[in-house]
Design a protein around this ligand. Structure first.
Ligand code: 4NP
Length: 155
């Protein structure tokens, strides 16, 4: 089997998907899973920017440095380069389904589909909220990371 590769996608690629990328990198590392991991946004407003400072601070509280991550916009070839493209919310999921090219080979789903009891749900956008909201984002993406890692391990 070819190595799985996961792309986490939110709106801006500065708040939620960098945290999902960090959480999943940590989870995959802990389990010794050989998997590619990146994140992107459906919007290009923040391309080239580092994550939102509140996301950097949140990851840091959990021992992970994401200050070098750089935002980028999703591209059509991502749908063949990645085995899994996971939307952080339902709006983004709708965008991904619309932009999915005919030759797409990726599984496109919501991250929280991998969390028992949260299937079909969105990770709320913390952008207009406070630091506490980012901590809830962290809890959601960690739960998603565990569920996704279980699925990739066939559990
Ligand atoms: P994210 O949060 O999608 O979790 O990165 C947002 C970041 C920026 C904007 C919206 C959401 N924005 O409108 O610029």
């Amino acid at each position: 089997m070819t190595r799985p590769a996961v792309l986490f996608v939110c709106l801006g690629n500065i708040c939620r998907s960098p945290l999902a990328e960090a959480a999943f990198r940590a989870e995959a590392g802990k389990r010794g899973l050989d998997v590619g991991v990146e994140s992107a946004g459906v919007g290009g407003w923040h391309q080239g920017d580092p994550p939102d400072q509140r996301s950097i601070d949140t990851a840091k509280r959990h021992g992970i440095d994401i200050s070098e991550y750089t935002a980028r916009k999703i591209r059509p070839d991502d749908f063949v380069r990645f085995s899994h493209i996971l939307a952080l919310d339902r709006e983004v999921f709708g965008d991904l389904k619309r932009m999915k090219p005919d030759d797409s080979t990726a599984v496109v789903a919501l991250l929280l589909d991998y969390v028992k009891g949260k299937e079909g749900k969105s990770v709320p956008d913390p952008y207009y909220s406070d630091a506490r909201a980012f901590e809830y984002t962290w809890l959601d993406v960690c739960a998603g990371a565990r569920g996704l890692a279980d699925a990739l391990e066939g559990k």
